[in-house]
Write a protein that binds this ligand. Structure first.
Ligand code: ADP
Length: 191
């Protein structure tokens, strides 16, 4: 199975692009944010635990997140050509767990695409999305916290995957179609 990680700041457009990639390449789209939100909606015990972190803009614990991910992977139909991970890994620890370091399972990553969007544009997109989606973690204070987490905990994954030789930076500025064309190009060349 070909596995792609989509990296980028909150509001960089990962969800939108991951969905398009999944359709075009017949990949499973796996968003840990969506998995958590589904658990919250269905009032599962995992959802209840996750909500306490999500609502204050904190990352959920690594093992909670990675266990949820593998649980979901096991239930996936076998006919996908690959999968696109949106929002995971989000810490170096999670990336290590995916490669089987300190964790009993493995999900080898073939390609990491980093969507590069400038800071002004990210703030604009997050404010716009807050107006449309009314997510409980889209208040100005929590947005600030999520951005801070991204810089402290997730951005270091760029160097982590660059050192493994599997990172591609893609310009995330422009229209959805323009960005998608760039991403599809990178994926087609690597697949
Ligand atoms: P964003 O738009 O901030 O990227 P997501 O929908 O991907 O939002 O995730 C929403 C929230 O879910 C995050 O702020 C975090 O609390 C939690 N979450 C999602 N993925 C992870 C992960 N891989 N590790 C820890 N927490 C996560």
């Amino acid at each position: 199975m070909f596995t792609i990680v989509l990296l980028g700041a909150p509001g960089a457009g990962k969800g939108t692009q991951a969905k398009l990639i999944a359709e075009k390449f017949h990949f499973a789209h796996i968003s840990t944010g969506d998995l958590f939100r589904n658990n919250i909606k269905n009032s599962t015990s995992l959802g209840l635990e996750a909500k306490s972190y999500i609502d204050r803009g904190a990352l959920c614990p690594d093992s909670l997140t990675i266990n949820m991910l593998f649980d979901h992977l096991q239930k996936l139909p076998r006919d996908f050509q690959g999968c696109i991970l949106d929002g995971v890994p989000r810490t170096i620890e999670q990336a290590n767990m995916l490669s089987g370091i300190g964790y009993p399972h493995q999900l080898p990553i073939n390609l990491v695409v980093n969507l590069v969007v400038d800071q002004d544009e990210i703030s604009k997109r997050m404010i716009k999305r807050a107006e449309i989606e009314h997510r409980s973690d889209d208040t100005p204070e929590v947005i600030k916290q999520r951005l801070a987490n991204y810089f402290a905990q997730t951005k270091p994954l760029e160097d982590y995957y660059a050192a493994k030789g599997i990172l591609s930076n893609v310009d995330g500025m422009g229209t959805v179609d323009e960005i998608f064309a760039r991403l599809a190009d990178v994926i087609e060349k690597q697949r």
